[in-house]
Structures are given as structure tokens and as C-alpha cells.
Design a protein around this ligand. Structure first.
Ligand SMILES: [Zn+2]
Length: 634
């Protein structure tokens, strides 16, 4: 089956389970629109003011050659530009903001206007007939080739939303010619945009490159050694990896399933991601990535690049296989780790976030900006996270709905939005999702096809929700999930039909042990997809804890909770004074962590009677405890 509205002319015969809609089809609304506009007004529309490196990104007068193609020698803006332009174009299209889209067109236009068939990928001033240029892109384990893939992804997103023919011509020039190029790079980042370019153009040279990667096990050069490992399913004792490298080197192999029809490619990619989730997922939804993966832990860090990259990877895998559990991961990440990356005004950000953040400059991470990586700052060195944070909001908004092979649409990730798309035989439909989710349990969808017509709509039922409720025009329907966790309504839709979904939430406590701290027991509190934390008050800014704040508490996993809820404020900015709160009791404990090596106590004993505490969504806090020491009583 092939979707008549969104299938591309050269999509291979094995169809993707879900087809991303062009950026611009989905507009954020409600709290999500507030947050999207804050991203635009803060970082995304103004990166040239953040650091001169962003002015240099793919700029006509910043042409690095020779040894300067090493990232510390001047080539870094090729990475940063790719990340930023991806977010810039998609956010502009999602918001219908011409200032953003004009900026994206202008910056990508430098590459689009200068490309020629002998360029090396998008490095248009290099020439693949010159041996010294070919040698130069091999520095740092072929880092420049990897950086090009980030620009390739920015261009495919921009092309899907704009249909600017220069973008497609640029992509085709970059990925045709020397077919080995797809198999090079520090990560396998060029594979996905090359696949998309083939699907649009049918270019035979790109097809040969893809076939060599997916069909011919002997066709590999030394340059791919770092990601060869991920062609096979993980074994029993896998060494950890740099998480950006892991995400960029595992995820694209799933395309092998679409290219060859062999399901093993997909299962291998999913197995690696399941390994990462099992070993390293933090309660915020982000993997431990400081900058390598490691065991879930109260003071382990998650690099902001990996918040963006993990969201990208889960949604990309979801589009290939359709498994709703991947969208569960994406929602949990986006609603928790997402807002923790940036301050409320989008003028400062962290490089690393951790479940517990008690004070600035702690802990001293072994990579990146080390201790200061935990602080909210205008930018961090290296600048990767300052660039990558621009991908988070548009990465979610533009993929909340996807097209289905049966000419319908699927709601894959939730929040207030409006989607305008084509269904059935090219029929326009607009669907408005009115909700304060995840701060409320009810989602109301008003379906407006241009005229009454038969087509299917699918809705994801979150895995955490035990008893979802579904109704159509007020009449209850069975909310029975299919194998992928979706409920499908195939019917003749009338303009004004209303679907209501209710996802009842209850406070839940999960427990585990922190393997970074001699198996110290911990407890976390969730409510639907939201992680809750004990907030530490901010004395003027997000890096200064209120000296009077008390956070030395342990939690009894059997504690009872009450839910307090108010209407959302007129403008949403993840306020510390959250309109959704959980009240519970906690036990005071003696806990004085060393800022240079903070850890959970191996055992926690109550030093006084239980006290009432108020928990807020993790994403509303900048200083917090969300992995609590466990105190058991009676
Ligand atoms: Zn980073």
C-alpha cells in the first residue's frame, strides 16, 4: 500500500509505517505555540548574535581547506550550521514565520547557489578531482563528512516544506557521483538525507551507493570502522559509546529495511536502542550522555545534543516501524528533558542536565565544559549544544502527526496543535487538537474535511495509560490498541466531527538502584508522561539556589499523593510556580553531598517526622531533586 498524497515517486517497495508530513503542515497551538515563539525570539532567530561561529556557518567567506577542516581549526560551523539550520527552517515553517524561513533560505542559499557536481558533499569550494581536498575531509575520523550529513538533513527538511528546487538539486549533486561517500564519516549521518534524495529523484548513482551499503558487506572502507559495529545486533557485553556517535551510527541502519525488505536491519537498530534505554535512560526520558552512556544515575548528565538527537532518533525509527512505544519515549523526553535544556526565556542553556541539580558547577563532568556544563549560560564551549538545542521544539512539533500508508493520518505525539493535510484521494482536512496535555488528561480533536469522506484516523494510546477513553461525537468507543499501540477509526468523516481522548493519569512511584553510587536505592514520581521533582527555589537566577531551600528529604515509595491543578497561565514558560502540582509527604534525612562528587546516600534514615512537600514538573525546575533517596518506614 502506498499513500497517494505523500508517497514519493521513488520510494522503495517496502513502505514506511508512517510518513512524516512536510514541515508547515502542523502548527503548534496553546502552550506549545508559546514555547515555540519563545524559541524563535530567544535562540533560533538570533544565533548570529550568540557567537561569531554562527555567522561563519556555511558562510560564503568561511571556506576551510586543508588542515583547517579539523573542527577545532575552523570547521566547527559546518556542524553547528547543520543543527541550527535544521531547527531554523522547521520552526519557521511550523510557525508560518517568514522572518525565520527567509533567514533559513538565505543561509542555505549560499550552499544551494554555489554547489557544483565536483563538490565534496556540500563543501562546494572543495573539488573531488583534487587529492588534497579528498585527504582533507578525512581529518578527525572523517568528521567533516559527518558534519555534512547534518546540513543534508537540514536541506531535506527545508525542501520537504518549501519545495525549493535548488535544495533538491543541491542534495542530488552532493550524494551522486562518488558512491563511496555515503559510507564515510564519523557517524553515518549522510545516509538518511541520501535516502530521501533518492526517493524524490530516483538518481541511479545514489541508488548504487545505498545498495553498496545495504547489500554488499565487502564494500566498506576503513573510514566506516567506527560504525561498522552497529550493523550487527548487540552482544552480551557491549562497551559504551559517545552518545551522539551512537545515535548517528545506529539509527540510519533502519533504512536498510526499507531499502532491502530485510526486517533484520530494523530489528538490529531497535535492539541497539533498546539496549541504550535499558542501560542508560534517565527518568527525564534522556539517556545518560556525559558524553558517553552509562548507568541511570541521580547525578549523571545528559548532553543537550543528545536530547535533540534522541528525539530525532526515536521519531525516525517510529516512522520506519510504527511502534507507538517509540513515541512514548519521544513524549517523555520532550516534556521533561526538553524544557530542562533551556532557561525559560531561551537566552541561556545547559550543556548537561542531571536528575538532581543541587547547586551550580556540580558535578564536574569528565567531558565538554565539565563542571560549568551544568550551568545555564548564553553558550558553552564546545558550541555543539548551543546549536543543537534549536532542533528540539521543531523536531517534536513537525512530527506530531504523520501520514499512514492507507491514505489517512495518525496522531503520534500529543499537545495542542492544528494539522492541515491531505487524506483519501487528495482531500484537504484540518484537525484541531484542543488540549493542555500533558498538564491535562483530555484531548479534543475537531475534524474538518473539505467535505464528508471516508478515510482512517489513528490515535496513539500511550503505553503508560492503563485505561484510555475514546469517544466520537459524545458516544463512547472501545479504545483498543493494535499491536503498535494505535486505535484506528476508519469511517465517513463529516465536517465538525469531534473525537475526544482521555488519558487518565495517576501519580506513580518507580524505584531502582543507582549503579553509579553502590546501588543506592532511589525513587522517582511520575504523573502521566511527566516526571515530578522537588523544586529548589531560585534566588534571582537559575544557577543560584535559594539558601533557605530544604531538599534533604527521602521518599517512602508507599507515600500517598494529592493532585493540585489550576488553569495554565496566559503565556506558558515552564514556570516554577507550576499550575500542576503533586503534594506528598517526605522524610527529612541527613544528606550532605560533596559538590565535587555528589551521590545518593547508600541508606537514608529519617531524622524527624514526615513533612508535607510539593512537587512540580521536572521541566518547570532548574534546581531540583527528582531521584529521591528511599526511606522505608514500618
Ligand atoms: Zn553538545
Amino acid at each position: 500500500m502506498s499513500n497517494p498524497n505523500y508517497a514519493r515517486p521513488f520510494d522503495p517497495p517496502t513502505p514506511a509505517a508512517l510518513i512524516p508530513l512536510p514541515p508547515g503542515a502542523i502548527a503548534p497551538a496553546g502552550w506549545l505555540a508559546d514555547w515555540s515563539r519563545a524559541a524563535s525570539a530567544g535562540y533560533t532567530g538570533h544565533m548570529d548574535e550568540v557567537d561569531i561561529e554562527f555567522q561563519r556557518a556555511w558562510a560564503v567567506d568561511h571556506q576551510m581547506t586543508g588542515e583547517r577542516l579539523a573542527w577545532p581549526r575552523g570547521a566547527w560551523p559546518y556542524e553547528g550550521g547543520g543543527y541550527w539550520f535544521d531547527g531554523l527552517a522547521k520552526l519557521g515553517l511550523a510557525l508560518g514565520d517568514t522572518e525565520l524561513t527567509d533567514q533559513a533560505r538565505r543561509r542555505l542559499g549560499v550552499v544551494m547557489d554555489n554547489m557544483h557536481p565536483d563538490s565534496i558533499l556540500f563543501l562546494w569550494w572543495l573539488d573531488q578531482r583534487r587529492a588534497e581536498d579528498i585527504a582533507a575531509v578525512g581529518v578527525d575520523g572523517e568528521w567533516p563528512i559527518w558534519a555534512c550529513g547534518l546540513l543534508g538533513r537540514a536541506l531535506t527538511g527545508y525542501y520537504a516544506g518549501s519545495r525549493d528546487p535548488r535544495a533538491l538539486a543541491t542534495l542530488e549533486m552532493a550524494y551522486s557521483g562518488d558512491r563511496r561517500r555515503l559510507g564515510l564519516g564519523w557517524g553515518i549521518s549522510n545516509l538518511w538525507p541520501a535516502f530521501d534524495t533518492y526517493a524524490w529523484t530516483g538518481n541511479a548513482e545514489i541508488a548504487a551507493g545505498l545498495t553498496a551499503l545495504f547489500e554488499d558487506d565487502r564494500a566498506h572502507s576503513a573510514g566506516q570502522a567506527s560504525w561498522q559495529r552497529y550493523r550487527q545486533a548487540p552482544g552480551a557485553n557491549e562497551a559504551n559509546d559517545h552518545v551522539v556517535h551512537f545515535l548517528e551510527s545506529t539509527t540510519p541502519w533502519a533504512l536498510g529495511y526499507l531499502w532491502t525488505g530485510r526486517r533484520q536491519w530494523l530489528e538490529t537498530a531497535l535492539a541497539w536502542h533498546d539496549l541504550l534505554a535499558r542501560e542508560a535512560l534517565q527518568p527525564s526520558g534522556a539517556p545518560v550522555a556525559d558524553e558517553y552512556w552509562g548507568p541511570t544515575g541521580a547525578f549523571r548528565g545528559s548532553e543537550t545534543c543528545d536530547v535533540a538527537g534522541y528525539l530525532w532518533s526515536q521519531m525516525a525509527l517510529l516512522s520506519v516501524c510504527g511502534a507507538g512505544r517509540l513515541a512514548d519515549r519521544a513524549e517523555r523526553l520532550f516534556f521533561n528533558a526538553g524544557p530542562a535544556t533551556v532557561n525559560r526565556d531561551w537566552h541561556s542553556h545547559v550543556y548537561f542536565q542531571s536528575p538532581n541539580r543541587l547547586q551550580p558547577d556540580s558535578p564536574p563532568y569528565p567531558h565538554g565544559p565539565q563542571a560549568s556544563g551544568n550551568n545555564y549560560r548564553r553558550s558553552h564551549m564546545p558550541l555543539c549544544c548551543t546549536a543543537a538545542l534549536n532542533r528540539i521544539v521543531p523536531g517534536y512539533v513537525t512530527q506530531m502527526w504523520m501520514a499512514t500508508p492507507d491514505a489517512g493520518l495518525a496522531a503520534v505525539a500529543y499537545g495542542p496543535c492544528r494539522v492541515g493535510a491531505l487524506v483519501a484521494d487528495g482531500l484537504p482536512v484540518e484537525i484541531v487538537c484542543d488540549t493542555a496535555y500533558p498538564f491535562a488528561e483530555t484531548l479534543t480533536f475537531t475534524v474538518n474535511p473539505a467535505h464528508a469522506a471516508q478515510f482512517p484516523l489513528s490515535f496513539r494510546l500511550p503505553g503508560w495509560c492503563g485505561e484510555p477513553r475514546l469517544s466520537l461525537n459524545g458516544a463512547p468507543l472501545a479504545a483498543l490498541p493494535d499491536a503498535n499501540g494505535f486505535v484506528r477509526l476508519a469511517r465517513c468523516w463529516q465536517p465538525g466531527d469531534v473525537v475526544e481522548l482521555v488519558f487518565p493519569m495517576t501519580p506513580t512511584v518507580a524505584t531502582g538502584v543507582d549503579r553509579n553510587a553502590d546501588d543506592a536505592p532511589y525513587a522517582t514520581v511520575s504523573y502521566g508522561p511527566l516526571l515530578f521533582a522537588l523544586p529548589i527555589g531560585e534566588a534571582g537566577d537559575a544557577n543560584t539556589p535559594d539558601p533557605a531551600a530544604r531538599w534533604q528529604y527521602g521518599l517512602d515509595p508507599a507515600a500517598a499523593f494529592t493532585v493540585e491543578r489550576e488553569a495554565l497561565p496566559a503565556r506558558w514558560d515552564w514556570p516554577l510556580a507550576s499550575p500542576l502540582r503533586l503534594k506528598t509527604t517526605a522524610l527529612p534525612i541527613d544528606w550532605q553531598p560533596d559538590p565535587a562528587a555528589p551521590r545518593l546516600p547508600a541508606a537514608a534514615t529519617a531524622t524527624g517526622p514526615a513533612e508535607e512537600v510539593t512537587l512540580a514538573p521536572y521541566g518547570c525546575t532548574k534546581l531540583r531533586v527528582s531521584m529521591f533517596p528511599v526511606v522505608t518506614t514500618g
